[in-house]
Design a binder for this molecule. Structure first.
Ligand code: ZN
Length: 582
């Protein structure tokens, strides 16, 4: 995946990027010595242990072990894919990503023409809402729904007039553009040839992606037509499972509130915003996905799901709960708000006003409560086998939650309800021996004291300027010594490109199998690494040389004992043994 964007380009991009600036825009940093610090955005903490280094162009949290380069940060924090992160950095730096021959983007090819087309379409729909002969009818409809002109303007609402080719006539100037309109999901190709507008006689809601670009539309009929809501189909730009209506707009409010409200329709989002509840987003005619949730938790630690209190609503809530369990971990919360049957946020907030609706938000059912309530309903707790059944039902759900305090508390609750011994329960639930799970791509330094090789590589990658103190032709005696290939690779890289930062070294390795080890070493903590590295490095190199020598000698000795040594190797062995004595 990474290989198709030229390596030198990524290296160049990292040179042009300042990770401190990049992170500071998202997580305000304070200067601390030569580094910058903040409370970690990846775990809950009161004292800052999240450190960003200008020299290394690398971030590292001493609390949870999160670490990485500018690219890695965008991937974790903004939940971007690798190509998206590269694209974002390129955009910031104002450079074009060179495409290698035969390059096909692993993410959908987002041609600038499609995005431009979406912008033009949004402008067209907006103009129609002011100028088209049908505009008064649409405005009347919006007013009837309780939407003010101001909020319609804020949300860039528009009108797709009745008729088969309004948009096509306005934008589809040639065959290529008409085809692009089809690709963008705005027009449909007729079987016998020709095209027609996908959205007709609808109020239009533009859908923005996480960067604020229009990637799709939702259209609502103004009368009895079907379907009531029509969304853009899946296109190279638009993926229902990834986008959330209103997220880009609500970002600041979500941050301010420290929570996000998930509702079902865009009308709900718009109406809630009109009533000052501006931290709501909507899924787009799909159940909440893992990707949605990860994205939302990047913005706030608490998600409130809002559902109709009827049977269908409860079933949808249960599905949301099941998707949420695997992304839950300490510091993340979810709750479920059930509205009176037949009500949705749009109608309810109009009926009872902002304060009453805000009060409802406080009364949302925490996820663990909703989980156990639902399960308890299915068993008879007065019976021994009923309580056993409860354990059986709860087990797979609890096992999905990341180990930590939350999982433990949920388990305690199950123990109370089932009157099952807590100790035995954790064995049964299979949570006791579970290894601590970390966010993807994270890891702390290796356990136990590092080997000389680990220390040597860590010194090089954390202090790349040390490479200049090693002669260019320097080679380890034995390349089969564990880690020797990585050490030589890093050293070679630094010799060929002096001045590389830690971040550039890491990204140079792309998806090389060595990369995870290298990342661990880049954040390894060791007394030597904090002090006078320049003074310590020669000693470490000497030790490394001795180890390589010993490794090679031992290998040859074993070969000699087994009787499989060649004359050349015997000569080498003798030479090595003499050297060792000396
Ligand atoms: Zn952290």
């Amino acid at each position: 995946m990474a290989g198709r964007i030229p390596k030198h380009f990524i290296d160049d991009l990292l040179t042009r990027t300042d990770i401190v600036e990049l992170i500071d825009e998202r997580v305000p940093l304070k200067k601390a010595g030569k580094d910058h610090k903040a409370c970690c955005p990846f775990h809950e903490e009161k004292t800052p242990s999240f450190t960003v280094s200008t020299d290394k162009q690398f971030y590292h949290c001493f609390g949870c072990g999160a670490h990485g380069t500018a690219i890695g940060f965008l991937m974790e924090y903004d939940h971007m894919s690798f190509p998206e992160a590269v694209e974002e950095l390129a955009r910031r730096a104002g450079v074009e990503i060179p495409r290698e021959a035969g390059y096909t983007a692993p993410v959908p090819q987002v041609g600038p023409d499609l995005l431009e087309l979406m912008r033009e379409a949004a402008r067209f729909y907006k103009t129609q809402l002011r100028e088209h002969p049908e505009a008064p009818k649409a405005i009347e409809y919006l007013k009837g729904r309780g939407i003010t002109g101001e909020i319609a303007k804020n949300f860039e609402l528009g009108l797709a007039p009745d008729g088969w080719d309004n948009l096509l006539r306005a934008l589809g100037k040639d065959e290529k553009t008409r085809e692009a309109l089809v690709t963008a999901g705005l027009a449909v190709k007729k079987e016998g040839g020709g095209y027609y507008d996908r959205f007709r006689a609808r109020v239009m809601f533009p859908i923005h992606d996480h960067r604020g670009r229009i990637v799709g539309f939702g259209g609502r009929v103004m009368d009895k037509g079907e379907p009531k809501y029509l969304n853009s189909p899946e296109t190279p730009l638009f993926h229902k499972g990834r986008e959330l209506y209103g997220l880009f707009r609500a970002r600041d409010a979500i941050k301010r509130e420290n929570r996000v409200l998930v509702v079902e329709g865009y009308m709900d989002v718009v109406m809630l915003a009109q009533y000052g509840i501006d931290f709501a987003v909507a899924t787009l005619g799909t159940a909440t996905t893992h990707e949605h949730l990860e994205r939302l938790y990047r913005h706030a630690p608490e998600i409130i799901f809002c559902f109709d209190g009827d049977r269908a609503g409860r079933e949808a809530a249960w599905r949301a709960l099941e998707t949420t369990l695997p992304v839950l971990r300490d510091g993340r919360q979810a709750s479920f708000l059930f509205l009176p049957e037949g009500e949705d946020p749009d109608t309810l907030v109009q009926k009872e006003g902002t304060e009453a609706f805000r009060t409802r938000l406080k009364a949302g059912k925490p996820l663990p409560d909703f989980l156990f309530e639902t399960l308890v309903k299915q068993v008879d707790l007065n019976r021994l086998d009923g309580r056993a059944r409860l354990v059986e039902l709860a087990r797979p759900h609890l096992a999905k939650v990341a180990p930590g305090a939350l999982q433990q508390l949920m388990q305690d609750r199950l123990s109370e309800l089932s009157r099952f011994d807590p100790g035995k329960l954790s064995t049964l639930v299979g949570t006791s021996a579970a290894p601590a799970r970390r966010p993807s791509g994270y890891g702390t330094g290796p356990k136990g004291p590092p080997t000389v090789m680990q220390l040597a590589i860590a010194m090089l990658v954390q202090h790349p300027s040390l490479a200049a103190t090693v002669p260019p032709d320097w080679k380890l005696e034995d390349e089969s010594l564990p880690g020797a290939d990585l050490f030589q690779a890093v050293l070679g890289l630094l010799h060929s490109a002096p001045g590389m930062t830690t971040a550039r070294i890491i990204e140079h390795f792309g998806d090389n199998p060595h990369r995870p080890a290298l990342e661990k070493l880049a954040v390894m903590q060791h007394p030597v690494l904090e002090h006078d590295v320049a003074a310590e490095f020669p000693g470490v190199l000497t030790k490394l040389t001795q180890e390589a020598l010993k490794h090679r000698t031992d290998g040859l000795l074993r070969k000699q004992q087994a009787g499989g040594i060649s004359p050349d190797e015997t000569a080498e062995l003798n030479r090595l043994l003499t050297r060792r004595k000396g």
